[in-house]
Ligand binder design. Structure first.
Ligand code: GLN
Length: 283
């Protein structure tokens, strides 16, 4: 890592001048401190570098999607998983119902809401995912009950319509409401930046299931901004509506960044800026 601290401070200052929006559809996410910031890089040798506030806690939201995929691939294998969901890029927003309709109710990939909700049908107990992640990644995720109550307080009509469409397509064996509740619960698994970096290391380890997850994330992790980012930067990265970004370099390490304001595609605007500077420096 050839990071020069003076240069880094300039980048952090440039990042702070970028303005984005907080999401409004989950009340607790709309109330967070927009200048909150945490970053951790960590490699498989055990070295780490932290900036910002290591004590901040935030929900994984969509960063849980690659972890759910990894868990199900490990437990059930490729065949069962890819009967529920595709592995193709999607150019439309993360909660697009139009895309799902156009594809006859079969989700494009597990990194958009439809795909992750379809996979939740294979996860009968959300608690197993939390325990498995904490054990495998040596981290301390917890369920943020207040966040979950906030998510539930404003029924997400779009996600509900997605779950109903999946049901019509014959992909759910439980009710759409039950599956949606599992999805909402795993989105509220929460931790600090070091926990997220540890999860990145779990994904950076060698192995067939990791390779599958990594490739899908490279193509689909940033919603409609994925293709441009893959071409320009190339590091597999998953974003979330809480302003979290998780990137990893297979066999090497991980970078976790938290900065809540989002760009129009729903990705952390300051986080993506910083990630690009780090990635381009490493090339
Ligand atoms: N729970 C959120 C939702 O379904 C997660 C989406 C995200 O992080 N982009 O809207």
């Amino acid at each position: 890592m050839r990071l020069n601290l003076a240069q880094w401070e300039v980048w952090e200052q440039q990042a702070r001048s970028l303005t984005g929006q907080l999401p409004t559809y989950i009340p607790r996410l709309a109330e967070v401190e927009p200048n909150a910031f945490a970053l951790q890089m960590r490699n498989l040798k055990g070295e780490s570098w932290t900036r910002g506030n290591p004590e901040l806690m935030f929900p994984l939201m969509s960063v849980v999607k690659p972890l759910l995929l990894l868990f199900l691939l490990e437990c059930l294998g490729e065949e069962s998983v890819f009967q529920q969901v595709g592995r193709e890029a999607s150019e439309l927003p993360f909660n697009s119902l139009e895309q799902l309709e156009a594809d006859g109710g079969f989700p494009r990939n597990p990194m958009i809401n439809s795909g992750a909700i379809a996979l939740c049908n294979l996860l009968p107990d959300p608690e197993c995912l939390r325990e498995w992640l904490n054990q495998s990644a040596n981290c301390q995720l917890f369920l943020d009950e207040a966040m979950l109550a906030s998510v539930r307080s404003v029924p997400n009509q779009r996600n509900l319509a997605i779950a109903e469409r999946l049901q019509q397509a014959g992909l759910l064996t439980q009710s759409s409401l039950q599956v949606l509740d599992i999805y909402q619960e795993i989105c509220c698994l929460s931790g600090a930046i070091a926990d997220v970096a540890q999860l990145g290391l779990l994904l950076a380890q060698p192995g067939k299931t990791r390779e599958i997850v990594t490739e899908i994330v490279r193509q689909c992790g940033l919603y409609q901004a994925s293709a441009a980012f893959a071409a320009e930067v190339g590091i597999p990265t998953k974003s979330s509506v809480s302003g979290l970004l998780l990137s990893w370099v297979p066999g090497e390490g991980a970078i976790a960044i938290y900065s809540p304001p989002l760009d129009p595609a729903g990705n952390s605007i300051q986080g993506l800026f910083l990630l690009k500077q780090i990635a381009l420096l490493e090339h």
